[in-house]
Design a protein around this ligand. Structure first.
Ligand code: ACO
Length: 305
């Protein structure tokens, strides 16, 4: 009897160790050794990308732009990354463009300025927005100006209730350039985009949810756990379907109805060609034939096909 119990139940310490091992980061790859960005890859396929200049509130320096551009390029095709969570080290997500190193420092160096500007647009508005796997912005604290752009580019955003957001350019005699003005208009109402851009007022995580700038907000102490729950939920979905869905939802936004109809038909056909697990057929079989799942209430069993 005692032996039976021992084989069935793991001691608490062993359980904790097992839980820890699924969460542990895998060996950091040499190409992910960046000066201003920290990559933490977990064994379960969730990768944290951490803006890592906490002493400067993760202000976006030229080096950080180049590091992020490289990091996202590698991670896009990294088989160990199934979902990406973007966050900041310390008490800030990002204090926006680095006023010293990006604006003042590059003022007299047109070549370095052009390179940094390219990397700045590239990672925030192209690589992140077109990242082939789900992306989650985990807004842990201060975020201003250019720091808002990557939040808009991520598929999902969760913030700490205590986070402080601001379109602060007006406060120092600037406009929300560098695509910030365009970005905030993608997700905010016209009223909110205008008000926060001309007033420079801040808003917190709960207010960001109310204005639909982010999806969710939770107390800071629960932020990481809740972000991981979102990541795990998205990882259950068919990865080809989620990639094509992301692309489709973003692309049709500015199309006419006829263009969208044509595009979505083509996209739908293309998905069936790339989907290596033939999810659509598997889902229909499980619903219509074996009657083992209901599409309205969850994901089909991807293992049994
Ligand atoms: N650019 C350059 N350096 C910055 C930036 C920035 N955007 N934000 C913070 N830092 C630096 C500070 O200069 C300071 O450096 P130091 O220690 O060498 O003096 C360090 O980070 C810490 O900053 P503090 O202001 O001391 O930190 P605090 O926690 O008190 O305040 C806050 C944080 C509110 C984020 C404040 O630093 C701030 O207002 N930053 C600027 C925010 C902003 O408006 N950014 C520009 C947006 S516009 C755009 O992105 C185009």
């Amino acid at each position: 009897m005692a032996t039976k119990t021992a084989t069935k139940r793991k001691p608490a310490a062993a359980k904790r160790a097992a839980a820890k091992s699924t969460e542990a980061t895998i060996k950091t790859k040499p190409e992910y050794d960046f000066e201003t960005v920290k990559i933490e890859q977990r064994k379960d396929g969730i990768t944290f990308v951490i803006l890592n200049r906490p002493e400067k509130r993760n202000a976006l320096s030229p080096q950080l732009h180049h590091d992020m551009d490289d990091a996202l390029t590698y991670l896009a095709t990294d088989p160990d990354t199934k979902v990406l969570i973007l966050t900041g080290a310390g008490n800030a997500f990002s204090a926006g463009q680095d006023l010293k190193l990006y604006f003042r420092g590059l003022g007299n160096d047109p070549v370095a300025r052009a390179r940094a500007s390219h990397a700045s647009d590239s990672w925030r508005s192209h690589r992140l927005m077109n990242f082939p796997k789900p992306t989650i912005a985990m807004v842990n604290g201060f975020v201003f100006g250019g720091g808002l752009t990557p939040i808009v580019s991520c598929d999902v955003a969760i913030a700490a209730n205590e986070a402080t957001f601001g379109i602060s350019e007006i406060n120092w005699g600037h406009i929300p350039g560098g695509l910030v003005g365009w970005n905030v208009n993608q997700v905010m109402s016209a009223r909110d985009a205008m008000w926060y851009s001309i007033s420079g007022d801040t808003f917190n995580g709960k207010e960001a949810v109310a204005m639909k700038f982010v999806n969710f907000s939770v107390p800071r102490a629960k932020l990481k756990a809740e972000a991981l729950k979102i990541a795990k939920k998205l990882m259950q979905k068919n990865p080809w379907a989620i990639q094509y869905t992301k692309e489709a939802i973003r692309s049709v936004r500015h199309m006419s109805m006829d263009q969208a109809s044509d595009y979505l038909r083509c996209k739908s056909d293309a998905l069936q060609r790339v989907d290596k697990e033939a999810g659509r057929q598997a889902g229909m079989k499980q619903f219509l034939d074996t009657k083992t799942f209901r599409p309205g209430l969850g994901t089909y069993d991807r293992k049994s096909g």
